[in-house]
Design a protein around this ligand. Structure first.
Ligand code: COA
Length: 268
């Protein structure tokens, strides 16, 4: 449900505030720049696609993010940096726009560095971090637009996102998986649009990766932010290993940390 990104301080104002991630050429960063930053394009093999599941491209990031924005419209953890006491003067529309914007940045970063899959006409979308990958580098921060959160979030929003939410999730994942952290799949977000629910869409996206994880003997990790979801995830073999809380809102936001151990043989 969240990422391994770390706070990024940017000390200049954007020249063109309407610039969005799609405006940046991401078809391949200049090789000399990649070399300079000691970065390599992601080379993690993508599991073969079962019927109906496909990989989202950079050209489609807005549609994918729109699906997630709808799915997580009322999710307390996803809205945690948006619905802050120092933004009570904002209209619902302004908050919604920021909610969508955050999901666009996160989706774009996962298209660049992870794996984003969808099914149907963006009826469901999943953001994955395959084993050994993360989006914790400056180039991805810039290309995805994520750096803009430094001025788009309120002071409290930044405290929540950068100093509580991200470090907590990072530490929990590492603390839970230990040496296996680098060889695990991470289900960062999965959401089904209202019209797509109950049709097996999320199942297809989850099984696409869990079947590969089983072949590789890899665990799959996620944080669930909604009490309705652990029973759903248990159907796919996930178990809750611990529960953590975000403390800065009026009431604590609960997150269930769930891990799915690889299954050998026929059973999935
Ligand atoms: C959770 C969510 C992704 C499920 O998406 P979906 O496409 O409707 O799920 P599926 O139709 O593939 O169903 C998956 C399984 O969960 C079960 N399920 C789905 N919705 C359920 C519900 N509301 N209550 C109980 N079980 C449910 C299904 O029966 C199915 O199990 P089965 O294959 O054994 O029958 C979707 O409800 C959603 O987007 N919720 C809001 C966002 C969210 O909380 N995402 C998870 C964040 S951690």
């Amino acid at each position: 449900m969240a990422t391994t990104i770390s706070p990024l301080r940017v000390d200049f104002e954007p020249k063109n505030s309407s610039l969005n991630a799609a405006d940046i050429n991401t078809t391949g960063a200049p090789l000399n720049l990649l070399k300079l930053l000691n970065l390599r394009p992601t080379t993690v093999p993508i599991p073969p696609l079962p019927e109906g599941v496909r990989v989202v491209t950079t050209a489609e990031y807005k549609q994918a993010a729109a699906c997630l924005a709808e799915a997580f419209a009322e999710d307390e953890a996803v809205r945690y940096p948006v619905d802050t006491p120092d933004r009570t003067h904002w209209t619902e529309q302004e908050k919604w726009d920021l909610h969508v914007e955050i999901l666009e940045y996160v989706t774009y970063a996962h298209i660049l560095k992870g794996l984003v899959t969808t099914v149907g006409d963006f009826e469901a979308v999943a953001l994955w971090m395959p084993p050994g990958t993360n989006m914790d580098d400056y180039l991805t921060m810039f290309q995805s637009g994520m750096w803009r959160l430094n001025y788009r979030l309120s002071a409290e929003g930044k405290r929540r996102f950068f100093t509580e939410f991200l470090p907590l999730l990072h530490d929990m994942k590492h603390g839970t998986l230990g040496a296996r952290d680098d060889s695990s799949w991470y289900l960062v977000y999965i959401g089904t649009s209202l019209r797509g629910r109950g049709k097996g869409n999320a199942s297809k996206l989850i099984r696409h990766v869990t079947s590969q994880a089983d072949k590789d003997g890899a665990p799959v990790y996620l944080e669930s932010s909604n009490e309705k979801n652990p029973p759903i995830y248990r159907r796919f073999g996930f178990e809750t290993v611990r529960t953590v809380y975000l403390h800065r809102a009026e009431r604590n936001v609960e997150l269930d940390i769930m891990v799915r151990e690889p299954v050998r043989g026929e059973k999935k």
